[in-house]
Each structure stands twice: as C-alpha cells, then as structure tokens.
Design a protein around this ligand. Structure first.
Ligand code: ZN
Length: 296
C-alpha cells in the first residue's frame, strides 16, 4: 500500500463529526472500525538518514524489509541513499535508532576463518604466537617481518592476531593507508553472531590513529557499544570508521589529510582490550578493508 493512500486521523474525525448528534453508542460503533483502519493504514514516518546508515539497517531497525523500503520510496538502487535523505518507513510510529555498526561479539582474539580475495595475499608474521594457535590454523602461516617487507604468501593468512598492520607512508591504489600501527586481531566477515563490518587492530592505549585517506569528518561522538567513534567521508563514495577510541581529536566538519592525526587508540565502548575497530564503506556498505588497504 502506498502511504499516500492513507487518510489522517483528522480526516476521519471530520467524517465522524457528522454523526455527533447520534447516541454515543452508535458513534462508537462507527468510530471504532474507522480508527482501526486509520491505525493500520496511517502508521509510518519519514526517517532521516544519518551517517553510516544504509537501507538494510534502517529496515532492520524498523522491522521492514529493505526491499519494501526501496519499493515504497521508489529507489531503484537501494545502495544509493545519502545522509539527510528522508526514507518513508511504512508502519513506523516513531524514529528508531539505527545501528550504524553491526554489534560485535566479544572475543576479538579468537581465530577466525579468513575471508577470500586479496586478503589471501597478506603476509603473516610469527610475532607472539599463542600457544595452541597453530593447531587451529588450517595451513601454517609463513613468516615475514614487521611492515610486511619480507616474504609474502598466497596461503591462508592464518589466525587473526598474527598479522602486523603497518601505518604511515604506504598507500594502496585506492588511496588508503593503515590508520594505526598494530596487530590485526580480527578480520572482516561472518562472526558467530552477525557480521564483523571491519577489522580490529590491536594497539596500546594512546597509540595515534591517523586518517586512512583525505576527507571530511562527518561524525565524531560516542556511540553505544563503540565508544568514541569518528567517521570520515572521502571521495568516490568512501567513508572510513574508527571506533573504541580513547579520545577523538577531530570534530565534525574538520578536513583531514591522509595520515592526519585524528585520535588515540583506546577501549571505549564494549571492547575487551585496547584496539581500533576500523571500517571502510563504499556507498554505506561495509567492504573488506584488507581489499582497500596496502598489503600487510
Ligand atoms: Zn571490530
């Protein structure tokens, strides 16, 4: 049903007003079905798209399939929604918070199945191997030095928690560099519950976080579960997300260069240890950051 078909409560009340002189019982008998029809029909509101949201998540927050939102709003491409855009949500009665980052499950150090694609070219360092880790790895990781200068392998990158993430000068073909120097402890992809929309880079408290590319800060605030979060908008529809920060050192509207200091690593929000949760999104869809960053 198009929301334009719905009549407002006022319209209905006007019609009902004709019967004002009737006995109360008769009016109620007429009124109730009308009000029920209004309740079923007119519920719905416009949701204002905020940074980091996408149609799928908006739909999830309101319990409406994103395909239905796309249809009702006449969106040919559900990926192409922008911040500030109004999305009509049929059936909704009040604006609901939309989780802009998928909630993460607790244990980032747990080894995970790696994702496919360019991540497979990531070299694996043997730094601080954990007891028993090798037994859970399908194929043994090869060895490289920090900053990925040495041997590379096309094998499975092995357990999360063993890949060094360089930061600084190296830039990928997409214009991104690593936001922090640390150890990759969790990769992008399916988790036991839900989906991990980024990578986790373990680094000690207070380690400098640098913008992965030039852009404009569109969000710098706290977010439930994610603590201090920064979201930076780049060109070509890219945004990057930096979460669990000890401190944000930029504010909304700031322009940053690639490599600009934007904050400090911490464990704010729901984090089991000091680390950076980092996402790269294109048109608000989280992509595997390892596909867009320089190889480790
Ligand atoms: Zn994370």
């Amino acid at each position: 049903m198009e929301h334009g078909d719905c009549r407002s409560v006022d319209d209905v009340a006007e019609d009902v007003g004709v019967y004002r002189d009737w006995s109360r019982a008769v009016v109620l008998r007429l009124l109730l079905p009308l009000l029920a029809a209004v309740a079923a029909c007119s519920a719905g509101l416009y949701h204002t798209v905020r940074p980091g949201e996408n149609l799928y998540r908006i739909g999830k927050a309101y319990g409406v399939p994103y395909t239905e939102l796309a249809r009702v709003n006449g969106l040919e491409n559900p990926d192409e929604i922008s911040v500030g855009q109004l999305i009509y949500v049929p059936g909704a009665r009040r604006q609901l918070p939309v989780s802009i980052i998928t909630p993460r499950s607790a244990n980032p150090a747990r080894p995970r199945q790696s994702t496919s694609g360019p991540v497979a070219t990531a070299a694996v360092a043997k730094r601080k191997p954990r007891a028993g880790a090798a037994a859970r790895v399908p194929s043994p990781p090869s060895v490289t030095t920090a900053l990925g200068a040495a041997r590379r392998t096309t094998a499975n990158p092995g357990p999360a928690g063993s890949v060094n993430a360089p930061s600084g000068k190296e830039v990928s073909e997409f214009g991104f560099s690593w936001p922090v120097k640390g150890t990759l402890t969790s990769t992008f992809g399916a988790r036991r519950r839900g989906h991990h929309d980024g990578v986790d880079i373990s680094a000690s408290n207070g380690t400098v976080i640098r913008s992965a590319s030039a852009g404009k800060v569109i969000f710098s605030d706290k977010l439930a579960g994610y603590g201090n979060v920064i979201i930076i908008e780049h060109d070509r529809g890219f945004t990057t997300v930096y979460a669990h920060n000890e401190r944000n050192q930029v504010k909304k509207g700031d322009l940053v260069e690639r490599g600009s200091r934007i904050g400090l690593v911490g464990r704010s929000g729901r984090a089991s240890g000091s680390h950076l949760h980092f996402e790269i999104r294109k048109n608000n869809i989280a992509r595997n950051p390892l596909h867009y960053l320089p190889p480790v």
